[in-house]
Design a protein around this ligand. Structure first.
Ligand SMILES: [Zn+2]
Length: 270
């Protein structure tokens, strides 16, 4: 889908297994910058990264033209397609040093964050060619740059990108979408990251992995809703951990929290 002359987005649909017997349907957006070369922000999962390559062909470009992949963070739905992109192009991979170990060693990521269908989502590891930190600028095309903003909380090395010429703020998973499965490692840091994003001026497009592309007044509303959602979840988790027996598993606690949020999970069908 075209957003501006130089920005397209691609929606990846996939299933995330949850606990041993549940899954939830999810989607994630990648963003594609088109210039003399092609820059990709996040790759989706293994299978859908191949569909993304098909999309490039449809719009008259080739996966071979992908010269760089900027990764907002290390989770499977963002890095799962990296190896497929690497095979199809000579792209270099960019990410924050705090998430780099999980991108370069996916076995380690699986051990430390064991999503049951991890290896359906992630084909394999790639080397991070350049580390990105707060304030770095990446020249993705002649005369066109994006600025890096550290927005941790969802993961330690979560970063956002501001493409000033287009007023496009790409936030990865830093801003939760109300009503969807919430994920973060540090609620307070997540809130502070969203507050940092609110301070950026001249934003015309909020391009998140979890929301449909957002523009105009809705940008501020979405950021505020994200902050309130994290606060609401945090209160539910604190309340549940006080009222449920101490031997309750993390999985059980998470399922109860999702029930209170009104989020449905489904019994595994495959
Ligand atoms: Zn994530």
């Amino acid at each position: 889908m075209k957003i501006t002359e130089t920005i397209h987005t691609f929606k990846h649909h996939f299933r995330l297994a949850f606990g041993e017997n549940h899954y939830t349907d999810r989607f994630v957006y990648s963003y594609i910058f088109l210039g003399e070369k092609v820059c990709l922000i996040d790759t989706g999962v293994w299978g859908t990264a191949l569909q993304l390559q098909g999309y490039l062909n449809q719009i008259g470009r080739s996966p071979k033209e992908i010269s760089m992949v900027l990764l907002t963070h290390a989770h499977p739905d963002h890095i799962g397609g990296c190896l497929a992109i690497k095979k199809a192009s000579s792209a270099l991979f960019y990410a924050h040093p705090a998430d780099k170990p999980w991108i370069e060693d996916v076995e380690r990521q699986y051990q430390e964050r064991p999503i049951p269908n991890f290896f359906e989502l992630v084909e394999g590891p790639v080397v991070v060619n350049r580390e990105l930190r707060e304030g770095d600028t990446v020249s993705w095309n002649r005369g066109k740059t994006v600025r890096v903003l550290e927005t941790p909380g969802h993961s330690p090395g979560s970063i956002s990108f501001f493409y000033e010429e287009e007023g496009a703020l790409i936030t990865g998973d830093a801003v939760p979408a109300v009503g969807t499965l919430p994920i973060y490692v540090d609620p307070q840091t997540s809130i502070e990251s969203i507050q940092k994003l609110e301070k950026i001026t001249r934003v015309k497009h909020l391009l998140s992995s979890w929301h449909e592309p957002i523009s105009g007044n809705q940008i501020h509303t979405t950021l505020e809703e994200g902050i309130h959602y994290i606060q609401e979840i945090d209160e539910i988790v604190i309340d549940l951990s006080k009222t449920m027996p101490p031997e309750t598993s993390g999985e059980e606690l998470s399922l109860r929290a999702l029930e209170r949020l009104g989020i449905k999970t489904n019994k595994v069908l495959w």
